[in-house]
Structures are given as structure tokens and as C-alpha cells.
Design a protein around this ligand. Structure first.
Ligand code: HEM
Length: 433
């Protein structure tokens, strides 16, 4: 949100710098004074949490890379070396591995928040699209990272996913096979494959950091959306980011860090697969090849479609459809608070994603396969049918005229509730002796 700069350089050096490179002014305007709607709830703390996750992944990853060896004969052992011989290596590795899961959990919550409160709608379409680009980069990065220990799941996940390109053989004979061999750097998954996966796994997080900078820039032009979806109309409806939201984000981050630490210290392998502690063996295929939990919904879609090519199209389509969400939703109302018809469809969509996650871990047969097909159908129907149609037929509920009106009516409701009984948190009546 464009606002007047309050920065006043104090020392001669600050003044000198401000006239040449106003970086201190930029930081103060954008991260200290930035006007933020006063009614943001805890769902708005995940952006800050995601920044923390990205920094934690890069810092732990750089240290891991100092000890890791990207060679098919040594990779598995180098991970064991990190776990057993490197000082605090176990902590750095577990923080990085659990961190990937925490990063995805936070990103998914951040996205569902965006969908619920209509944060993808004008004027925030670019902000949303940049978010989807970040998601794609995160998927690529974690897929490549998972391959690096060169355990059984690493090896077979790479084999299954890279082989998806061979589906292009059904479009132009031979094309898919050529792409797969080009990606592998040989005639099977091997040392050249591992080397390029490592190189790209190191590169992509820095690209994510670049796109995150654009994401925040695109956020700071229109400013934050808020739970009402109504624009800020006067300055009293916003607060400076610091200290009001720095403290709120800090508190949420502390709670998030406790959950993170609980996994790292008490269940570091809970979210992984035990087969990845078996060194990669091209001659033995695991009974069930399953990806990490955060890919399971997409994996379920891939397997639900009875054609390799269309399975791949469906899986990538499940993410690609997110790019056009701002134009699929036909309603002028942003927040689902005031959209009674869309709300149940939204919760059914959330449930569908969870169910797809469960089905992705089950064998693709019988009732599991049927359920995965139904869930895949609803996943796409939500975006391609529900969002365009519901916006046209729905009558939104009465919306407050402004953020202030919403806050005041909440306050009135709270007071009315208190008048009916003892206010919670109020001092107890004096004791009668
Ligand atoms: C590395 C990953 C990401 C980082 C570091 C990040 C960072 C942020 C931050 C700091 C904010 C402002 C605070 C907040 O609203 O929580 C934000 C807002 C937003 N992000 Fe992200 N984000 C990431 C991924 C995504 C993804 C994957 C999407 C969607 C596909 C997305 C969509 C949005 C939207 C729509 C907003 C505006 C929210 C509003 O004001 O209502 N972001 N992001």
C-alpha cells in the first residue's frame, strides 16, 4: 500500500546513504511502518512462518552440502557420516528433512487461507500467481532433495517420476524416451542423474528466494487483504506492521517452532519412509513406491486416471489450474464469510484434498481407486464448475460497510453476550465473609 515515508536519517552517514541507496528507508517503510489492516487473524501469520522455513532450509542445506557427496557409490554413506560423525550433523540433517515437511504444511495452510478469504482476487492476482510459481519451485526442490540420500525410495521415486516423460511417446513416438534419457544423462537413473539433481537442488532455493521477494513486492503494492475482504478505507483501519504484527507473527512462529522441534527431537523419521534407510538397489523394486506426504494428493490424481499421458496431464493440471483461479471465481465478494453457498463447497474441497492424500498412500485398486477417481473429479469440478457457477447464482449475506463497522459490530455482540453473564476474564465478585 503506498504510504508516506516516515524515515528521517539521523546521522550524517545515514543521510549520505539515503541520498545514494535508500535501503534503510525501504526497510523502515516496508517492514516497520507498513500499514497493515487491524483485523488480521492468525491465518495471516503463515507468510512470516514461510520466510522462516525458507531461511532455515537454506542455512541447514548449505551446511549439509559441505559434508554430502553427490556420487552414487558414496551418497548414502555420506548421509550416515553426517548423522554419526559430523558434530551436530544429526540435528542439522533432521532439521532439514523435517523442515521440508513443515515448509509444505505452512504453504498449504497459507494457500487455503488465500482461497477462503479470496486473497487471489483483484488487485492481488499477480501476488497469487507468484505464489503458485513458488509452489512449483518448492515441489521441484523437495523432489530433488529427497533423491539425494540415494536410498531405495530416493532411487525409485526418481525412476517413477522421470519416467513420466516417456508418456510423450504416445504423442510423438520416441520423443518421450529421448527426453527421459536426456534427463537421466544415460540409459538409466545413475551417477549423472544424481549429480544434476544435487546441482539443481542447491540452485532452486535461491530462485525461490528471488520469487519470494517479488511476492512480497506484489503484496506491498495493494497491501494485505483481511478477513472481511473489504478494502481499508481510512488510516485508522490499519496499524504499523511493527510492533503490532511483528509481535503476533513472532508468537505464531514460536508455537510453530515448538511443533517443528517436537518432530525433530521426538519423531524425526515419522514423516519419512523407512525404506529410505536401505541403500538404492536398481535390481530390487520396493513393494509400494510412495512419495512424501505432501505429494500424495497429486500422486493419487496421477494414478486415478487410466492413461499414463492423461495421468501426467491431470497431475500437472491440478497445479496449473491454480494459476487461473482469479479468473474462474465469478463473485465480486472476496471473503467466504459472506458467501453462504460457496462455503460448504470449499470445505468439501479441503476434505477432498485430505482424502486424496490418504488415497495416494493406498494401492491403486478396488475401492481406493474408485474413491480416488471421484475425488479427482471433485478437485477439478471445484475450480472449473463450482467457482464460476456459484459466484453467478449466490446471494451474498449482508456485509459490513467497512472494516471499522465489522470491528464495532463484533464488539457490540461481545458486549451483549457479556451482559447476559459474568464476562470471561473479569475479576471475580468480592468474597462475602
Ligand atoms: C516460500 C513460500 C512463500 C512465502 C515465503 C510467502 C510469503 C508471504 C508473506 C510474508 C505474505 C504476507 C503475510 C501473510 O499474508 O501471511 C504472503 C501473502 C500472500 N501469499 Fe504468500 N508466501 C509463500 C507462498 C505462497 C503460495 C504457494 C501462495 C499461493 C499459491 C501464496 C499466496 C499468497 C497470497 C494470496 C497472499 C496475500 C494474502 C492476503 O493479504 O490476504 N503464497 N505471502
Amino acid at each position: 500500500m503506498a504510504h508516506k515515508s516516515n524515515y528521517v536519517p539521523h546521522s550524517a552517514f545515514e543521510k549520505w546513504l539515503d541520498e545514494r541507496l535508500p535501503v534503510v528507508r525501504l526497510m523502515k517503510d516496508q517492514f516497520i511502518d507498513f500499514p497493515t489492516p487491524r483485523n488480521l487473524n492468525y491465518w495471516w501469520t503463515f507468510g512470516g512462518i514461510l520466510i522462516f522455513c525458507l531461511i532455515a532450509q537454506i542455512m541447514t542445506g548449505v551446511v549439509l552440502a559441505m559434508h554430502y557427496v553427490a556420487n552414487e557409490a558414496l551418497a548414502f554413506q555420506s548421509i550416515e557420516h553426517i548423522m554419526r560423525n559430523v558434530n551436530w550433523g544429526w540435528l542439522i540433517r533432521y532439521t532439514h528433512a523435517v523442515g521440508a515437511s513443515m515448509f509444505f504444511a505452512a504453504a498449504y495452510l497459507h494457500m487455503f487461507r488465500g482461497l477462503y478469504y479470496g486473497s487471489y482476487k483483484a488487485p492481488r492476482e499477480i501476488l497469487w500467481i507468484l505464489g503458485v510459481v513458488i509452489l512449483l519451485l518448492m515441489i521441484a526442490t523437495s523432489f530433488m532433495g529427497y533423491s539425494l540420500p540415494w536410498g531405495q525410495m530416493s532411487f525409485w521415486a526418481v525412476t517413477v517420476i522421470t519416467n513420466l516423460f516417456s508418456s510423450f511417446d504416445s504423442v510423438i513416438p520416441g520423443l518421450g524416451t529421448r527426453i527421459v534419457q536426456w534427463v537421466w544423462g544415460g540409459f538409466s537413473v545413475g551417477n549423472p542423474t544424481l549429480n544434476r539433481l544435487f546441482s539443481l537442488h542447491y540452485l532452486l532455493p535461491f530462485m525461490i528466494a528471488g520469487v519470494v521477494a517479488l511476492h512480497i513486492w506484489a503484496l506491498h503494492v495493494p497491501g494485505n487483504n483481511n478477513p472481511t475482504g473489504i478494502d481499508v478505507k481510512r488510516s485508522s483501519e490499519a496499524l504499523p506492521f511493527h510492533p503490532y504484527y511483528s509481535i503476533k507473527d513472532g508468537f505464531a512462529l514460536a508455537v510453530f517452532a515448538i511443533v517443528f522441534a517436537a518432530f525433530v527431537f521426538y519423531a524425526p523419521n515419522y514423516l519419512g519412509h523407512s525404506d529410505n534407510y536401505i541403500p538404492a538397489d536398481p535390481l530390487v523394486t520396493p513393494t509400494h513406491i510412495v512419495p512424501e506426504w505432501y505429494f500424495l494428493p497429486f500422486y493419487a490424481i496421477l494414478r486415478a486416471i487410466p492413461s499414463k499421458l492423461f495421468g501426467v496431464v491431470g497431475m500437472f493440471g491440478a497445479i496449473a489450474v491454480l494459476f487461473v483461479v482469479p479468473w474462474l471465481d465469478s463473485s465480486p465478494v472476496r471473503s467466504l464469510r459472506y458467501r453462504p453457498l460457496l462455503k460448504p463447497f470449499f470445505w468439501a474441497f479441503v476434505a477432498t484434498c485430505v482424502v486424496l492424500g490418504y488415497l495416494g498412500a493406498m494401492p491403486p485398486e478396488g475401492i481406493y481407486l474408485l474413491s480416488a477417481r471421484l475425488a479427482t473429479f471433485y478437485y477439478f469440478a471445484f475450480f472449473l464448475v463450482v467457482l464460476p457457477v456459484v459466484g453467478r447464482v449466490e446471494t451474498p449475506t449482508q456485509m459490513p460497510g467497512s472494516i471499522t463497522e465489522d470491528i464495532m459490530s463484533n464488539e457490540q455482540r461481545r458486549r451483549a453476550a457479556l451482559e447476559g453473564g459474568t464476562p470471561s476474564g473479569a475479576p471475580a465478585a468480592p468474597e462475602k465473609r
